[in-house]
Design a protein around this ligand. Structure first.
Ligand SMILES: C[S@@+](CC[C@H](N)C(=O)[O-])C[C@H]1O[C@@H](n2cnc3c(N)ncnc32)[C@H](O)[C@@H]1O
Length: 347
């Protein structure tokens, strides 16, 4: 770890939180998403909706099919941050079951930054027409449906705090073997412009997470969508207000880690996606907002409870009971769907 910390800071006295995250998550060798360890799933660090229940992908396939049948989008599907291919294989399976002809004529494009996940994707997904790219920069323009689940929540963020007299940026320095926060008075132009553009005014003592890279990439994607639908699913804030502690957090072996500077490269670091930013980017680009709702409400409208299987067996581990439990895990109590939002924008 000592060696890693030295490498992160090299000869720099201070780093922004975004620089730290860039290393911790995306360093080509040591970055969490780039190394060879399993991350998504029960034996990894966190679950995503496709790993909870295949019904998630089935209902997305149903939503897309409606739009394809109405002729609202071309028969192309682009999945950004397609991970290990769990979603793609389920989506394509159910699509084939629902409409063989549409499935036969569909072109599937996956975008995945991690070579490790690209490899898993290739091993998992079998389909006649599939292309895989490392970045949306590889796509000149697109007509069809673009989908992402948990793409935007791990972009590097800079942290700005309202310290009373003025805004300050949280920077990091190395103190022995520990990373410590320091506040500096300089808040540069890109940050000031971002705060103004999205009307962000943190109260005294509050933090705001600013991801210039996420804003740039989402704008770029919006520009590239010539005609079709952009369906974005993630957990997030509705107004960008991150409160006193901010929303940044780590995930390791299914446990929340409050100290996100610990274990660089060994855990996920994630934040609440500012949905108001995505909505404004869409409006500015002339996109129509088709829907913005909580994931559980969206899944309900797509008929999630109709997917429950009837079962008479008293065995709590019967295939039907297991299937139903997974659906309920998506929907109930502290289930994932309440924390997630679905945004559909159309051009
Ligand atoms: C939390 S995982 C979600 C994977 C998948 N969508 C799912 O629901 O299981 C995030 C994925 O996004 C990828 N990723 C992060 N930033 C990316 C970017 N800018 N372009 C493409 N993929 C990216 C990571 O490598 C990782 O595979």
């Amino acid at each position: 770890m000592k060696k890693k910390l030295k490498e992160i800071f090299t000869d720099k006295k201070m780093l922004s939180v975004a620089d730290f995250m860039e290393y911790a998550l995306y360093h080509p060798v040591n970055g969490y998403y780039m190394n060879q360890h399993k991350k998504i799933g029960r034996s990894g660090d966190f679950l995503t909706s496709p790993k909870v229940s295949p019904v998630f992908a089935k209902l997305i396939a149903r939503y897309c099919l409606d739009h394809w049948k109405n002729g609202e989008a071309e028969l192309r599907f682009m999945e950004i941050a397609c991970g290990d291919g769990a979603f793609a294989s389920q989506f394509l399976y159910f699509l084939r079951e629902m409409d063989e002809e549409i499935s036969r004529n569909l072109k599937y494009i996956g975008i995945e930054k991690s070579h490790f996940h690209q490899k898993l994707f290739r091993e998992t997904v079998e389909f006649h027409s599939i292309e895989l790219y490392p970045s949306i920069a590889d796509i000149p323009s697109f007509k069809g449906i673009i989908f992402s689940n948990e793409w935007l929540d791990a972009f590097p963020v800079r942290i700005i705090e309202n310290c009373g007299e003025e805004m300050q940026e949280i920077m990091l320095r190395l103190d022995g073997d520990e990373i410590k926060e320091v506040k500096i008075n300089r808040v540069d132009e890109p940050i000031t412009e971002y705060l103004q553009e999205y009307s962000l005014e943190p109260q005294q003592g509050e933090r705001i997470e600013v991801s210039i890279a996420m804003e740039r990439e989402f704008k770029d994607l919006m520009r590239k969508l010539e005609k079709g639908i952009l369906l974005t699913i993630d957990y997030g804030d509705l107004d960008g207000n991150c409160g006193k502690r901010g929303s940044l957090r780590g995930f390791k072996s299914h446990h929340l880690v409050d100290d996100y500077y610990k274990y660089p490269g060994e855990m996920d670091i994630t934040y609440n996606v500012p949905f108001h930013v995505l909505r404004k980017i869409g409006l500015n680009a002339g996109a129509k907002e088709l829907l913005f709702q909580r994931q559980d409400e969206f899944l309900m409208e797509q008929g999630v409870y109709g997917e429950l299987k009837s079962c008479t067996s008293p065995d709590p581990f019967s295939a039907e009971k297991k299937w139903n439990r997974k659906i309920m895990q998506l929907m109930e109590g502290s289930g994932m769907s309440r924390m997630f939002h679905v945004l559909a924008q159309q051009k």
